[in-house]
Design a protein around this ligand. Structure first.
Ligand code: SF4
Length: 375
């Protein structure tokens, strides 16, 4: 059964009813279950469950400690190009925004890689907008190869590609894919993605599977919080993470919880997601999926990120720049969105240590490649 068939079983109205008419007794029951059902997940995402946030925080903390220990895996993004043919209405790289457009050369990518590597970071994610004329697949492939000289773990966040392309990238050294669906609610998706290749909801929905089939060890999901009813969208994202974890058990599945940030275009989200709302979504996710990663990026402010180190985060970015060439020369008006936590990698690592956790800058080595399941 495809994931599309799975979510078709959970109509918007059905999920909305579960979430907004959750019964207190079912919420209490869900709180102390070892294995949650889909209905339990919906109850924990309900407004009524906000009264149990402290209990949920404690459970989330305990599960994360059991499964991940006191470690936080650190990474940084390297933006390669901000050219884009899409017009996602919330994104600074939207083709209609007049921002400085840059596609890095291999020399510039090398400079960025050297700077990021010198901060101690060994896990990176290479990010591009969606414009294969300005930044081709071959350039992406060469960028991955170049970055293997500096980083043992390379992930990509790029336009939807084919299975064969993921396989080629994986063979070149890319081991992870991040692909946010932005919203799982099919009839709302077109309004946020009016033109360009990303307008194809189903093609995007099925893309993470292609990367898993190609052998990528790490798959990252996310819905952009604020676009739609974030409780309902998080429900679907949890189902997606569960589906992929079961079907592609060789890949580690993680999710991000990005809230919309200020970006060129000045998009104003319809839904305001408070810190409390965000925490509830993260705790419900953790209680539903004990082994999935939780990625909290520098979109979030330092105070909240520090809290989440303790309450469930497993992967966090640090010292990030969200524009191409940003590590060599900051150019804020070319950025995808603004950063809230501006601490350096060193400052962030010492904050992690102060909380009694270990910042893990490198957790994989290519010398272990023989153990790569995909080969
Ligand atoms: S979200 Fe991605 S595809 Fe959409 S405009 Fe931004 S960079 Fe382009």
């Amino acid at each position: 059964m495809s994931f599309y068939e799975v979510i078709k079983k959970y109509s918007y109205e059905y999920v909305k009813d579960l979430i907004y008419n959750a019964d207190e007794k079912y919420i209490k029951n869900a709180l102390y279950k070892e294995k949650l059902t889909e209905k339990d997940l919906a109850y924990l995402l309900s407004p009524k469950s906000e009264s149990y946030l402290e209990e949920m925080a404690e459970i989330s903390h305990n599960i994360t400690l059991q499964r991940f220990g006191k470690t936080i895996r650190i990474y940084a993004p390297i933006y390669l190009s901000n050219f884009c043919t899409n017009s996602c209405i919330y994104c600074g790289f939207n083709r209609k925004n007049s921002i400085p457009r840059v596609a890095l050369s291999l020399d510039s990518i090398k400079k960025e890689a050297e700077i990021v590597a010198s901060s101690g970071i060994k896990n990176i994610i290479l990010v591009t907008g969606d414009n294969m004329k300005k930044f081709s697949f071959d350039m992406l492939l060469q960028s991955v190869k170049l970055c293997t000289e500096y980083f043992p773990f390379i992930s990509i966040e790029v336009p939807s590609l084919t299975f064969e392309q993921y396989e080629e990238l994986h063979n070149a050294g890319a081991d992870g894919l991040t692909m946010f669906q932005e919203t799982y609610i099919e009839n709302l998706y077109p309004a946020f993605h009016p033109t360009g290749p990303k307008a194809d909801y189903l093609y995007r929905l099925e893309t993470p599977e292609k990367a898993a089939q190609a052998g990528m060890r790490s798959i990252g999901l996310g819905s952009l919080l604020g676009l739609t009813d974030y409780r309902i969208d998080t429900f679907y994202m949890c189902l997606h993470a569960e589906y992929l974890s079961k079907k592609y058990w060789r890949s580690h599945i993680s999710s991000s919880f990005p809230r919309i940030r200020h970006a060129a275009g000045e998009y104003k989200p319809e839904y305001n997601v408070s810190d409390k709302n965000l925490l509830q979504l993260i705790f419900a996710y953790r209680m539903f999926l004990h082994d999935a990663g939780i990625n909290i990026s520098t979109r979030e402010p330092a105070v909240l990120r520090d809290k989440l180190i303790y309450l469930g985060a497993t992967i966090m970015s640090a010292g990030s720049k969200t524009e191409p060439g940003g590590y060599s020369a900051a150019q804020d008006d070319a950025a995808q969105f603004s950063i809230e936590d501006n601490r350096s990698v060193e400052e962030f690592c010492s904050a992690v240590k102060k909380l009694g956790f270990d910042p893990v800058l490198k957790d994989w080595d290519n010398s272990m490649q023989g153990t790569n399941f995909a080969k």
